[in-house]
Design a binder for this molecule. Sequence first.
Ligand code: ADP
Ligand code: GLC
Length: 511
Amino acid sequence: MDKKKYEALCFRAKAGDILLKITRSEMEIGMKNVLFIASEAVPFIKTGGLADVVGALPKYFNKDEFDVRVMIPKYTCIPWEYREKMVYKTHFYIDLAWRTQYVGVFEMEYQGVTFYFIDNEFYFSGPKPYSWIHEDIEKFAFFSKAALSAIPTLGFRPDIIHCHDWQTGLVPVYLKERFAQGEFYQGVKSVMTIHNLKFQGIWDLKKVKDITGLPDSYFTSDKLEAYKDANYLKGGIVYADKVTTVSQTYAQEIKTPFFGEGLDGLMSARSNDLCGIVNGLDYDEYCPFKDTRIAKRFTVDTFRKNKVSNKLSLQEELGLDKDPKVMMLGIVSRLTDQKGFDLIDYVMDELCQDAVQIVVLGTGEAKYENMFRHFAWKYSNKVSANIFYSEDMSHKIYASADAFLMPSLFEPCGLSQLMSLRYGTLPIVRETGGLKDTVEPYNEFEKTGTGFSFSNYNAHEMLGTIRYAEHIYYDKKRDWNKIVERAMEQDFSWKNSAKQYETLYKELIGE
Ligand code: ADP
Ligand code: GLC
């Protein structure tokens, strides 16, 4: 069918109208259309790796076969430089609980990808995308319903709706419960990607019934109910056609009680439809030889000299001792229990007796923010605590540090270790989830490996591994540099993983 006719049909398909007279065959235009629905995406809004994935992955599909677009909320905290470029498309109203709510639809192209933005300042204003859970529960019920209602106005009918994390867990539910009855949505498949099973969007069952307007029959233990509460992510996992997570190891781990966060039974039940696809990196954004945020650019041939220039410049900026030789450990992270900071707390005094500098960039739980402030005060020439969010500073740390510490308790994938590898900063990680899948531990006998790892969640096991890395750094510099070369030569671009998503989409569409 030609594009004009298709667009005319979509125009007829008014939002909320479930009796659309458009059939699947009429819609056929050869391309496979995918719509990502998510709560954050770079460069517009980012609180963690989810935004990196949703913003970057769509760029890496084969454009002759796949048209992948993204829909996120139009938060008022998105920088004005982007908001001013968003183009108004349409608006309409939907019902949510007892309210009738405005839905604005805006559009913008960024680096060849079409982004849609759902506007409603009642829900999407404030300094951050997320607030109290009871507010977020209503906010993302609205977003899910508004997103589905907006699709017919886009001139773009997705074959697959790809949802990310609990904030969009209701999308597959609403899709099956009401939207799929309209012809426009018939045959539309859904994928649910779990970036972090820890966050599920759990709230009081009765309130969620009121907010969502979903019938009672949806709130049973095989559907949206879990442990007497309503659970958005569970809904998404139950109703999506396929479920993915962001590394193969995490896909296995979440079927066990420790990592399963109460949903391990469900993960096992859905294991035939569950797979792990490891995250990639936006190699244009994280590129040591093109990066304009760092003091001195470098390649695998020039890192020996130029990484040191970055280190000296960062030491100066942060007021640390200027020492080209000292081993610098970097940390860039949300400061939460997930990331293993209690291990660091436990051995920090011991670690600070060594010839190391530690540079931290992060925000999060007050106990960890204060812990790093305390150590920066106690060891002021060795430890630098930067308790804020800064893309610029993160790039400087990836480029300047010699090693990167990421001793996570669990880690669905992790992007920081991939960024470190790319910048020749050797990751020291705990063997869990994506860290296990992406960092190959150094083997001094076979001369293989791209970093260092330890297996048990134990502070002294971590310290032992850091000290082993110190030994290689100080006493076997040639070997260290070889590990850096291997690390920088790893390919964690999105190329390979995007192919796996393409295969999954084709399977789902039946090709
Ligand atoms: P998670 O998504 O669990 O936070 P990831 O490793 O997948 O962990 O992704 C974290 C992302 O957030 C990386 O891009 C990292 O550089 C970035 N990041 C975390 N904290 C900060 C900060 N304070 N300033 C700048 N970037 C940060
Ligand atoms: C989550 C996970 C992290 C993963 C990111 C992107 O925030 O904690 O491990 O890399 O999502 O998928």
